[in-house]
Design a protein around this ligand. Sequence first.
Ligand SMILES: *Cc1c(COP(=O)(O)O)cnc(C)c1O
Length: 383
Amino acid sequence: MRATRAIIHLGNLAHNIQAIRGFIKPGVKICAAVKADAYGHGAVECSKRLLAEGVDVLAVATVGEGEELRAAGISCPILLLSLCAPEEIEDAVRQDITPLVFDKEYIQLFSREAGKLGKADYPVHIAVDSGMGRIGCLPEEAGKIARMIVDSGNLTIGGTCTHFALSDGISQEAQEYTKNQYTNFLKAIDNIRSEGLDPGLRHCCASAATLIHAEMQLDMVRPGIILYGYYADEVDREYLHKLGTPLDLRPVMTLETEVSAIRHFSRGMSVGYGRTWIAEKDTDIAVLPVGYGDGLLRRWAAAGLEVAIGGKTYPIRGRICMDQCMADLGSGSPVHRWDKAVIFGCKADGAAQDADDIARLTGTISYEITSCITKRVPRTYIE
Ligand SMILES: *Cc1c(COP(=O)(O)O)cnc(C)c1O
C-alpha cells in the first residue's frame, strides 16, 4: 500500500455517535449523513459501524451513493437528500431509496416508476423550504403536496423535513432565523394535518441544531459532520462548554504519509515549481509523496501548512505539486527517511493540526478538507 493513506478510526466514529446520543432525546431516530463517501471517510465501512451503533437511517446525496450501500448489503432506510435526474429514478426505486419531493412532476415520476416496479405505498418525504432557499415547497403549499403524494396512487408520505440555513451560527440573529424557520416548518406540518394527512417522520436538525436546539429534534435528527469528529462552525467545543453541555468529539480521519527522501539544500537552491521558495541558508528538505492529487490543495502551502514528524512540526516549502510536496527540516533534524509524516487528524496519531485547523488557515470548513481527500488515497480502517 502507498505510504500516503487516510487512517479511519472507527472507534472514534463510535465514540462520537455515543457522545452525540447524550444530546438526543429518547425515542428520536438518528439519520446519519454519509453522503460524499461519508465526508471522505468511506461510506460503506462508516455506515456499517454507524448501524451497529444504533443509527436508524442513512442519508446520501446521489442515487449512486445509495446503490453502493445496497450493494454492500445495507438494508436500512436510505434518504436521498438531493434531487436526482429522471433517468436515475428507476434505479432509485429499485434500490428502495427514499426521495425528498416537493413538486408535481417529480412526484409523478416516482409514482409511475413505483407502479411499474410493483411497489405499493412507496415512501417519500416532503421537503419544505422554510428559509434555506434550496429545495422544498413553501410551508403553505405542504398540504397540497401531501395530497398530491397520496393521490398519486403508488406513494405514501414517509416523512416531512426542512433544512436550516444558519443553525451553526451562535449570534442572536442566527438563532432567531432558525427559530423562525422552525415556526415555518411547524406551519407546514399543520398544513398537512389540516388536509387530514399524516406528515410521517418530522425532521429538521443537522449537526448544529441537534446539539443546541433540542426542542427541534421532533421525530428524527440528521447529524453529519459531528459524527466525523468536527464541530459545526460556531457551535464549537468552547460554545458547548459555555452552555454547560460539553461534547468531546474525536477526529475520525488522520492523513499520513512517509518521508520518501531527504535532500540537502545549500543556500540559494530553490524548491519546486515557480521557484517560490529559495533556501536562505543550508537546510535539509524532506520530500513527501502527497500532493493536490490527493487533496492537499496548493493554497494550503501559502496558508502555512505544517507536517508533524516524530512529534515536531516542519513547514511546507514552495508549491505543493500534484503528487509531492517538500517540508523544511532545518539542519541537524532527527528525521529519517521513511519516517511517518502526519498531515492532519488525530493528535493521538501525532498530528499537529486537525481538519478544523487547516480549514481556519485556508478559509474553509472541515467538511471540505475531509471530503476532498481523493480516491487514490487508500482508507485504512482501524479501531
Ligand atoms: C448534509 C446535510 C445534513 C448533515 O449536515 P451536517 O452539518 O454535516 O450535520 C443534514 N441534512 C441535510 C439536508 C444535508 O444536506
